[in-house]
Design a protein around this ligand. Structure first.
Ligand code: SF4
Length: 232
């Protein structure tokens, strides 16, 4: 491939973050576009922007960034740019760094291909109980998300499952249903995230109350024998 050839379309880039990966300092690439339309998405107006990134540009950014050990791909939904993403993962590995990815879990076939690289961390969204998936995300994606989670589980990956709690669309009952489902998979970590309203999110959506979630997480953890972390 020529070094000037376009590799990825991104809408944002952060050269150094000390908080976005658990295991090392990372840089973040926000890949354009998503196949979901989550009711509470903060990035929707941004991920339709497409800034082309050439192979040469990406290679130089990764190679010359001495401060980082991980390159993280997020979005949008990074697996939609399959060809560029796999090529970018190869470049990251050749530069002696590791890969992290955030995914909505709808492209298990791409996740499977990524696992041949040196993956430091994967975060996969589990957004709602099965019957609410289409309402929350605009997509009947539950089966594919489960397939992605099972692939990660089979390969003993260090991965986390994430659920964003948004009032009034994700209820305590929903979290019980998700916990029950996850207890059958026994994932290494379930992260419950608080919704953060922005000017891009509908005004009727609210973050959950702190005390409700902290109290609930203790109960869910005990009832379903799950390792749960709260990210507020
Ligand atoms: S999967 Fe993520 S980026 Fe895509 S619409 Fe949902 S919240 Fe937004």
């Amino acid at each position: 491939m020529k070094t000037t050839q376009f590799l990825l379309k991104i809408f944002s880039y952060i050269p150094l973050s000390l908080i976005d990966c658990r295991t090392d300092a990372c840089s973040l690439y926000f890949l354009s576009n998503c196949n979901m339309r989550c009711i509470y998405c903060q990035n929707y107006p941004r991920f339709t922007q497409e800034i082309p990134l050439t192979r040469k540009n990406f290679l130089n950014r990764v190679k010359n960034n001495w401060a980082i050990g991980i390159v993280k791909f997020t979005g949008g939904e990074p697996t939609l740019q399959e060809k560029g993403l796999l090529e970018a993962a190869k470049i990251v590995q050749e530069c002696g760094k590791r890969i992290a990815i955030d995914t909505n879990g709808t492209r298990p076939q791409v996740v499977r291909k990524l696992l041949k690289f040196d993956i430091a961390e994967v975060a996969v969204d589990y957004k709602a109980p099965q019957e609410k998936y289409q309402y929350i995300t605009g997509m009947k994606a539950h089966e594919r998300v489960m397939e992605t989670i099972n692939i990660l589980k089979d390969q003993c990956m260090s991965f986390e499952i994430r659920t964003t709690v948004v009032e009034p669309i994700i209820t305590v009952e929903d979290l019980h249903k998700i916990a029950e489902r996850l207890s059958k998979i026994d994932p290494p970590l379930w992260v419950i995230q608080f919704f953060r309203p922005t000017e891009n999110t509908p005004k009727w959506l609210k973050p959950p109350k702190n005390d409700v979630i902290y109290d609930l997480v203790g109960k869910l953890s005990e009832m379903y024998n799950l390792k749960i972390k709260i990210r507020s």
